[in-house]
Design a protein around this ligand. Structure first.
Ligand code: KG4
Length: 340
C-alpha cells in the first residue's frame, strides 16, 4: 500500500511517499528558513504563502522520485495539529483535493506523534508503550505512547521550548538563525576545566520535584543578564554556548529520569529538530546506556525535522486501525493529547 504524507504545520513544506507505512520511497522538503531569517522567527503569514507556492511542486517531485503515479496512491495523510492555523489549512486543503480527486481515504494525524513514528522509516520498531521525548522549536515534552493514535502527556514545558531557547540565545549572542546549529558549533569549541562551575545552574534548582517539567525561559534570561553584566567579547561566546547547552541538556536528562520513574517505561524515542544536535544525541545515548534504557533516535537529520515521510508512515498505521476521516476534518493550532 503506497501513501502520501503532507507536512505544513510550521516553516517546512514537505511531501513524503511510503510503502506499507515504514518503507520510504521519496521525501521532498522545502525549508523556509531563508524567508524568516531576518525576523529571527517564523512569521505565520509568510509561512502560509510559502506553503501555498511550494506544495504542488513538491508533490510532483515526490511522485516522480518515488517512481509511482497518482493512481498508485492508496491514502493521503496530513499533519492536522498542532501548528500555525494558516499553514495547516494549506496542507489540509491539498489532502482534501487528493482524497476527492483520487477517491482515496484521508488520514489526519497528530504532528507530534508523527515525529515519533519517523524512526520506523529507518527500521527501528520500538514496542509499545514507549516514552516519546519531543524537543523542537515549539515543543519540549515527554509523552507516553501506548499505541498508534494513543498517547498522553507525561510532562510539558512551562514556557519556552528547547529549540526556541537556542534561537533566542543565538540572537542574544548575535549568532545566525536558527540558533541551534551555530550555538552547537560554538559550544564544541570550548573545553571546560574539570572542576569548572556551571555558569547557569539556577534552572535545575527551581523546578518542582517529582514532576516532569521543562522551563527554558529562566536559562535564556540568565544568559541575557550574563551578557549584560560582563563585557562579552567573541572569545567568550564558546564558553557561554557550552554552559547554556550543558544546563539545557541536563534538564532533558533529569526529566527523562523522572518520566521513567513515574511510568516504569524504559523504552525512549527522542525526536524533533533539536535532535539534530550531535552533543545531545551522544549524551542521550550515553545516559540511556548507563541507566539501562533502550533509546531510539532518527539517524538521518531530515527525519529529525518536520517532514512528510513521518506523516505518511503514521497515516498508514492509523488507517490499518480504521482511523480515516471525512473530508470536513478539522485542523487545530493546539495540541490534542490529554495529560496522563
Ligand atoms: O522540529 P523543527 O525542525 O521544527 C519546529 O519546531 O519548527 O525544530 C526546529 C528547531 C529550531 O529551534 C532550531 O534552532 C533547533 O530545532 N535546532 C537545533 C539544532 N538544529 C536545529 N537545536 C540545537 N542544536 C542543533 N544542532
Amino acid at each position: 500500500m503506497i501513501g502520501v504524507g503532507i507536512e505544513s504545520t510550521c516553516d517546512e513544506t514537505s511531501i513524503g511517499i511510503t510503502r506499507e507505512g515504514d518503507t520510504l520511497l521519496s521525501l521532498k522538503l522545502y525549508s523556509q528558513i531563508e524567508l524568516h531569517k531576518k525576523y529571527r522567527g517564523v512569521v505565520p503569514e509568510i509561512a502560509s504563502r510559502a506553503h501555498l507556492e511550494k506544495i504542488n511542486l513538491l508533490l510532483e517531485e515526490a511522485i516522480q522520485e518515488a517512481g509511482v503515479g497518482f493512481a498508485d496512491l492508496a491514502y493521503v495523510s496530513v499533519s492536522a495539529y498542532p501548528g500555525l492555523m494558516g499553514a495547516l489549512i494549506i496542507g489540509a486543503q491539498m489532502a482534501r483535493c487528493l482524497a476527492m480527486a483520487l477517491g482515496i481515504p484521508v488520514v489526519p494525524v497528530d504532528h507530534l506523534e508523527a515525529h515519533m513514528a519517523a524512526i520506523r522509516l529507518e527500521g527501528q520498531r520500538p514496542e509499545f508503550p514507549y516514552l516519546g521525548v519531543l524537543l523542537s522549536g515549539g515543543n519540549s515534552a515527554v509523552y507516553i505512547v501506548h499505541g498508534f493514535g494513543k498517547m498522553e502527556v507525561v510532562g510539558d514545558t512551562m514556557d519556552d521550548a528547547l529549540g526556541e531557547a537556542f534561537d533566542k540565545v543565538a540572537a542574544l549572542l548575535d549568532l545566525s538563525y536558527p540558533g541551534g546549529p551555530p550555538v552547537e558549533e560554538q559550544a564544541k569549541q570550548y573545553l571546560p576545566a574539570s572542576d569548572e562551575k556551571q555558569l547557569f545552574p539556577e534552572l535545575l534548582r527551581d523546578l518542582p520535584r517529582n514532576e516532569v517539567k521543562f522551563s527554558y525561559s529562566g536559562l535564556k534570561t540568565s544568559v541575557l543578564y550574563y551578557t549584560k553584566k560582563n563585557d562579552i567579547s567573541a572569545k567568550q561566546i564558546p564558553k557561554i554556548c557550552y554552559h547554556f547547552q550543558n544546563t539545557a541538556f541536563q534538564l532533558v536528562e533529569k526529566n527523562l529520569k523522572r518520566a521513567v520513574a513515574i511510568t516504569g517505561v524504559k523504552r525512549i524515542v527522542a525526536a524533533g529538530g533539536v535532535l539534530a544536535n550531535q552533543t545531545l544525541r551522544d549524551r542521550l545515548h550515553d545516559f540511556s546506556l548507563q541507566k539501562g534504557w533502550d533509546l531510539f533516535t532518527p539517524i538521518k537529520r531530515i527525519l529529525c525535522t518536520d517532514n512528510g515521510a513521518m506523516v505518511a508512515c503514521l497515516g498508514y498505521h492509523l488507517l490499518q486501525l480504521g482511523k480515516s476521516a471525512s473530508l470536513d476534518f478539522r485542523v487545530s493550532p493546539s495540541r490534542q493529547v490529554e495529560c496522563s
